[in-house]
Design a binder for this molecule. Sequence first.
Ligand SMILES: *[C@@H]1O[C@H](CO)[C@@H](O)[C@H](O)[C@H]1NC(C)=O
Ligand SMILES: *[C@@H]1O[C@H](CO)[C@@H](O)[C@H](O)[C@H]1NC(C)=O
Ligand SMILES: *[C@@H]1O[C@H](CO)[C@@H](O)[C@H](O)[C@H]1NC(C)=O
Ligand SMILES: *[C@@H]1O[C@H](CO)[C@@H](O)[C@H](O)[C@H]1NC(C)=O
Length: 724
Amino acid sequence: MTVHRIKHQKLVPLILKALVYDERRGACSLGWNVRDAACYVCWAFARAYDPKELEPYVNQLASALVIVALFDRNVSCRKAASAAFQENVGRQGTFPHGIDILTAADYFAVGNLNNCYLTISIYIAGFEEYTKPMIDHLVARKINHWDGAIRELATKALHNLTPQAPDYMASTVLPQLLPMAIGMDMHGRHGAILACAEITHALYKLAAQNDRPVTDFLSSESIEGLKAIHQTLSDRKQYRGFGGELMRPAVCVLIEKLSLSKMPFKDDPVINGWQSLIDDSLNAKQSIQEAAVSALAALCQQYYQVQPGEADTHMQKQLLSRYLSGLKSTEVQMRCGCALALGSLPAFMIRNKLQQVLDGLQEACRVTQKEDGFTEARRDAASALAQVCVTVGVCAQASPDSAVCEGNVSGVYEALLECMNNYTTDSRGDVGSWVRAAAMTGLQDVTLQVAGSAPDLLSPAICQRMMCCLAQQAAEKIDRYRAHAGAVFLRLLHSTEPAVPHIPYQEELLKIFPLGGVESLNWSAPSQAFPHITRLLRLPVYRYHTLLGLAVSVGGLTESTVRYSSHSLFEHLKSIQQDEAEMQQFGDTLLHIFRDNLHNDRVSVPVMKMMDQMLANGCFEIFVHQDSHPFCVELLSLCKEEIKKSKDTKKLRSCISVKTTAAQVYEMLLTYDDVVDAAVLDDVMTVLSDSNWESELSVVRTYRNQLCDWLGVPRPTLVTKSPV
Ligand SMILES: *[C@@H]1O[C@H](CO)[C@@H](O)[C@H](O)[C@H]1NC(C)=O
Ligand SMILES: *[C@@H]1O[C@H](CO)[C@@H](O)[C@H](O)[C@H]1NC(C)=O
Ligand SMILES: *[C@@H]1O[C@H](CO)[C@@H](O)[C@H](O)[C@H]1NC(C)=O
Ligand SMILES: *[C@@H]1O[C@H](CO)[C@@H](O)[C@H](O)[C@H]1NC(C)=O
């Protein structure tokens, strides 16, 4: 009962302060232990004091605990505050709306930070005693928090709370925020700019419900203050350096929200200022580009439209020429930013200039120079191309400058399908997959658009190529992209409004992937995807592409992918093993793939590995029992061809030095002795069967060279690169 004797007039203000104590020193955050302890003291109050004694502080304590329970960065503190609140509700019974709040913000509910900031807060702010304390706390302590995620959540929370107190927000909060938005504290500036954007947009939505403009809520000082933020920052050079990385996206959000709020700035010089900030921010890292592009779309919509559907021709010309020439920049970031900008433009900004835009983006999807890089630019160009087609729409008879017309559809598909073939890798891995993923999304969006408005423009040939490319991707080894391909494949297959025409073997596909039967199919899981996708091997049109994708999975490196894909493949082979015609077609397709990809290591090496497994599993017995079956002859000659040109010792090892493969070759040579000169056959056999093919590379190399000599294949030599 020592607590009892401390004067609560002194204690309570101290505890209220401790509840929100939060500081960062260097990399550590200080204060969570102070806040946690303060929550415990509040919990103890409930037991130590008589309700009468606490009565003068009830509202303050209740709001302080609610604030910690909802807005503390640390989940332990939120839970401690929720527990203390509960204790007070239970023992004191004087906390306003205690039971209701406790139900919404119980110990478990406060575990999820997003939920606390964006949902529970709205409910609790509905009780008048808590509304202003919550808003004030967010403004004073959270929009300037050292943690950027907290700042952003706080501004979104202010957006959501605006309908609870619109006048307070407009007449008290905004005037507080405006000086912070151009103040000296960088975090405060960042949060305040975002908060101004969010609150204004929320006020706009409220005003719009009564067909009133947002300016009904805003004083002329506030309007001027919002308008002045950009210029002030620009004059102070606050878009540069580290701080600039925070200010640029924040002001882009401000531009977007003020445009959406239809602020009366038409023909005001601020628009030019905003436009140049957006253009500057296109050549920046991706998160900044994204903010800039969203701002651009809203800005055009609101300020560059002289009449509904009609662009300000001066601005249209200026922007299009800037972004189209940016597509050819030598900087990859710039190309990306300009592609994204073109993709975000509203229809009226593109109409009349559609041909230039299509041409520019198609060009940017293609690989023109032999130089590396620009992968991200091709990814963004593919997305933008599809976006533009969807924005302007497709119409068979349209004039070519107003909508995608009959003469343009094939060019668009050509560009997107071309992107599906990109398997470039660099130090970051399979970067071509970014291009492929963007192209797949693009194909889906464009196809649904064309199918909906001008289905006659989709030719059977285009549909077949697209579905085959998707089937190939849906059989490949990277889980994420296989899943993406599978989702697009099914979306097109199952779409009924609009239905996609000319899907080859649609009925058979629907049996494999029944509508309403495969929602739970998880394409990311090799155990689920491969049994389905291998069934496409029975459909002649899909056989080549499906097998091409599968080969890369079966001959890949990831254990589970290899296991499930080869299992499914062998199951398929078992089911057709007795059917000579089917086997014949399968074998032909396999050789076709091998032949098409000779010396393309990405495919040829896995194909050889897959072949190796198949031989080892006796999949081709049906051929092996016939003398000199062309399959075996051709396979052997392709293998020889593949090794002949290779100077890559890794590949040679995977091809001939692995013992099992050698054993297969041995067996094949036994059967097809006419391929090899009889005089050397015995020697070849001996080397193949008796050598340890897993010994040191230098030793293996001597066996290999010997074999090369006997088989009449030139010895691979190491090329010394001449210095450039
Ligand atoms: C949150 O508080 C707990 C104890 O209450 C502490 O162990 C943890 O480190 C804190 N986490 C952060 C991110 O501050
Ligand atoms: C894939 O794209 C890269 C650049 O993005 C290019 O260098 C490469 O040649 C392309 N490959 C194919 C097969 O198109
Ligand atoms: C679009 O179609 C028109 C009319 O057939 C043709 O003149 C134009 O070259 C096409 N443009 C592109 C980019 O394919
Ligand atoms: C799908 O499978 C992947 C890989 O096995 C797994 O990580 C993921 O959780 C699964 N998704 C669902 C929704 O089951």
